[in-house]
Design a protein around this ligand. Structure first.
Ligand SMILES: [Zn+2]
Length: 268
């Protein structure tokens, strides 16, 4: 499932393909992805527009146009891939954007088998974009601010890290990995963490995101849940496998409906 590193990968790709281009094709094949933006409104809002840049905040992408925006959320299985302009629609293709720049056309296709993603045109920022907390790469995370916000919460640290208004872009994978790096037990009460421990969690989040980004640097990426994908993560989804640090078996538990893997010896 796409989290911050995968969405950042998509941002870099879209920026590389479409920045400066004029949109010559804008088709929404599947109205469900529009979440209220119809196929007609999609084409009308985008055709002929210039792409000034592609921005990301948390798991959201924002194509900045000379008039308005296109917001893209990859949901659970969404991805942007490049195709040749005369290629037929690809498997699971839900939308298409072609951009022309200096006589050359690049065709970007949005694929999403399960269709939890969304593509919405808007004149101003979506409420979901405005509600996001600081983005670890874009804004950085202030340790004292995070400490104060965790102190006001009930519940365990791991589910808290998934709250997009606390930190934008961290999902189940990055939270699991970050707590391993920080040596913090995911079951700890969020408000029980000391300043030093919160600082370790913040460092763990950055370390995990940067590690994932360095692994996922090819032209297209495979999500860990996809058939045949290798698990590149240290502890995520590795229940009963040996801890990479102490070799004792990792534990798998469920918290707030999401799986968590951790080492009860290394993470206190
Ligand atoms: Zn261990």
């Amino acid at each position: 499932m796409p989290e911050l590193p995968e969405v950042e990968h998509a941002r870099r790709s879209l920026e590389h393909w479409l920045r400066g281009a004029t949109l010559t094709v804008a088709v929404l094949h599947e109205h469900r992805i529009g979440r209220g933006t119809t196929a007609r409104a999609f084409g009308r809002a985008l055709l002929g527009r210039h792409v000034l840049g592609v921005e990301r905040r948390g798991k959201w992408l924002r194509l900045v146009l000379d008039e308005g925006f296109l917001f893209s959320h990859l949901g659970m299985t969404g991805k942007w891939v490049r195709a040749a302009p005369d290629d037929e629609p690809l498997r699971f293709e839900r939308a298409r954007l072609d951009g022309k720049l200096r006589g050359r056309t690049i065709s970007a296709r949005y694929l999403d088998p399960r269709m939890f993603g969304s593509l919405r045109v808007a004149k101003e920022d979506l409420p979901a974009w405005r509600a996001l907390g600081p983005d670890p790469l874009h804004d950085g995370i202030d340790v004292d601010d995070m400490l104060a916000r965790l102190a006001r919460r009930s519940g365990a640290i791991k589910p808290a890290l998934l709250d997009q208004s606390l930190i934008a872009g961290v999902g189940n994978i990055q939270a699991t990995e970050a707590l391993f790096f920080a040596r913090i037990d995911p079951r700890r009460a969020a408000r029980s963490l000391s300043r030093k421990e919160v600082a370790a969690v913040v460092r763990g989040i950055l370390r995990s995101i940067k590690r994932t980004l360095s692994i996922e640097s090819g032209p297209s990426i495979t999500y860990v849940e996809e058939p045949g994908a290798k698990n590149p993560f240290l502890v995520y989804d590795r229940g009963d496998e040996p801890c990479p640090r102490c070799r004792r078996p990792l534990h798998k538990i469920v918290q707030a409906g999401r799986s968590t893997t951790f080492c009860s010896h290394c993470q206190r």
